[in-house]
Each structure stands twice: as C-alpha cells, then as structure tokens.
Design a protein around this ligand. Structure first.
Ligand code: UDP
Ligand code: MG
Length: 311
C-alpha cells in the first residue's frame, strides 16, 4: 500500500492543528492509501507545538518538528520534505485555506502517472486591490525575467518521491518552493481550487514581508537585474559621447558658460542610476554572502512522533 506524507508548516496555528488533522484523516478514510502528517512548527509563540505533541501521542502517523525560532515558511516546508518518507508528499497550509477535498484528486492524478500535481488558485478572496495589483506585477516581472509561469500557483502541491527528494537535495539556502517544482520539469498536471477563508488566526504576512519575499524570489531565479546595470551603463555612455561632443563644440565656438541646467540634470540622473546600480549589485552580493556562510536553513529543537521515541 502506498503512503502519502502530508507536510504542514505551522506558525501560530494552535487552533487549527487538531482540526486539520481530523479533516485529513477523514479524507483518507475514503482512500486506499495510508498517510502520515508532518507538522513543522516554525517557532510559534502560541500553543502550536503543544497541540502537535498531543496529536503525536494519540496518533502513530503524526510527526512534529519544532524549530528553535521562526525561520519562515520556506524553511518549514523544506524541513518537512526532509522528514517525509511517503511515496508522494503533499504540502499544504495549516489554516484550512487549502481544501482537504483536493487531496483525493491529487492522489488520483499522481496514480495516473503525474510526478507533480499543482493546485492553482481560482479566485482570490478577501484580498485588497493593492495586494492584487502587486501580486500581479510580481508574477509578470518573474515571468519576464526568469521565464517562470506561475499564474496563481500556490505552495499546495503533490510531489512524487522522485520530485521531493530531488528538491530536498538542493543545496541553495534561498529557495522558492512555488517555482522550484516547475523548474524541475517533471510531468505535471494542474487542479484548480478556490481559496477558502482562514479558519482561525490571521495571516502572518505584512506588506513589507511580501515585498521582500517578491524581490528575493525574483533575484534568486534571475540575474537579469545585474545585466540591466550593464545596459544602463551603455545607454549613459552613448549620452556621454553626445554631450561630450556638444560641450567641446560649445567650448571651441566660444560660448561655454550656458548649460548649467544640463549639468545639474546629468548629475542628478547619474547619481540616481549609480545608486540604483550599486543597490542591485549589493543585493546579489548579500545573497552570495548568505549562501557562502552556508548556515543551516533551520535549526530543529525537538522532534516528536513514533519514530523518535517521544519524551
Ligand atoms: N507559516 C510558517 N511560517 C511563517 C509564516 C507562515 O510556517 O513564518 C505557515 C502558516 O502557519 C500557514 C502557511 O505558512 O500554514 C501560510 O501562512 P499564512 O496563512 O499566514 O499565509 P497566506 O495564506 O496569507 O498566504
Ligand atoms: Mg493562509
């Protein structure tokens, strides 16, 4: 009998833990596959890990991983994939926004031979116009720059053992799970779903957090911004030549004093361009620096579950 691992990153989700386990369990009672649930507590400040531990005592198929602090959802997903041992793994949120009723379809598709089953968000509920605008912009830029077509993909997906083991072998620290599954190129199919409302708690994403996330993801998949610096340099070189000739002509023609406006404009524009360029280069340098330090992506404080001899 095949086993499906379910990986659930959880940050301050105490109210949702028991509920999501029950829903998954109910869904699998209608399937012939076995399942295990791997909860990764991403340094929650509430009772999340206590609830997970309680579950591990009552159910043999639950594993609880506790991070020493908040390392972010990406890290939590990867920690879950490392622990997974199923023939396939499904990654889903703890807040019930990813409907468990989709598990059935995902497993079906997997059995039809797809190595990756992507759940695609159909309708986005309760999202502000500003959020929608920026997320659209982000996907457009990502598509243009890195050639990644993400249109409404989520982190909710099924990965065959081959796929999730490949992903968890990647050594880079700054990953973008949502795009990596497509990057691998395995046989993929898509299922559409409607994003539900959060059951308990609130989203932990701030506007600033999302912005940082977007920039990081674009730059971890594309080095185009760096090449843009070269292009900007070239364009300004052409301007410099033209202006140089013009200035020299004026000088020799004997009317060199006017043109103060031009000087100021050139200074301002050049300053802005140079600063932006330095910023872009600095961002990549920081990324290289982070990768070079080669620190672990997360630190596990505790693991609970039948395989780990609890208490
Ligand atoms: N999450 C996490 N670490 C974080 C933030 C979120 O593991 O630092 C988890 C969270 O518990 C949930 C999932 O990632 O299971 C999605 O988070 P959230 O619902 O806040 O994001 P949204 O659905 O609004 O994109
Ligand atoms: Mg959510």
């Amino acid at each position: 009998m095949s086993v499906i691992s379910i990986v659930i990153p959880a940050y301050n989700e105490a109210e949702n833990i028991q509920e999501i386990y029950e829903r998954i369990s109910k869904e699998f009672s209608m399937l012939k596959e076995d399942f295990e649930v791997i909860f990764v507590d991403d340094g929650s400040k509430d009772e999340t890990f206590f609830r997970i531990s309680t579950l591990t005592l009552n159910h043999k198929n639950v594993i609880g991983v506790k991070f020493s602090r908040n390392f972010g959802k990406e890290a939590a997903i990867f920690a879950g994939l490392h622990q997974a041992s199923g023939d396939a793994t499904i990654v889903m949120d703890a807040d019930m926004q990813h409907p468990v009723t989709l598990l059935h379809d995902m497993v079906d598709k997997w059995q039809q031979g797809y190595l990756i089953v992507e759940a695609r968000k159909m309708k986005r509920q309760n999202e502000s116009a500003m959020y929608r605008f920026f997320s659209k912009l982000f996907y457009k830029i990502l598509n243009r720059m890195a050639g990644i077509e993400l249109n409404n993909l989520s982190d909710f997906k099924l990965l065959d053992r081959k796929a999730y083991q490949m992903i968890s072998k990647l050594t880079e620290k700054q990953t973008f799970f949502r795009a990596l599954s497509g990057w691998m190129g395995y046989r993929t199919c898509f299922i559409d779903f409607e994003v539900a409302d959060r059951l308990h708690g609130q989203t932990s994403w701030s506007m600033k957090g999302l912005f940082k996330y977007a920039i990081n993801n674009i730059t971890s998949f594309s080095s185009l911004p760096l090449h843009l610096v070269t292009v900007m340099g070239f364009i300004f070189f052409v301007f410099a030549m033209l202006l140089g000739v013009h200035t020299l002509y004026n000088y020799f023609a004997g009317d060199a004093v006017s043109g103060f406006t031009t000087v100021i404009l050139v200074l301002l524009i050049l300053g802005a361009v140079l600063m932006t360029a330095l910023g872009i280069i600095g961002h990549y340098l920081a990324k290289i620096y982070d990768e070079l330090k080669n620190r672990p992506r997360y630190i596990i404080e505790e693991i609970k579950g039948v395989n780990y001899g609890e208490d």
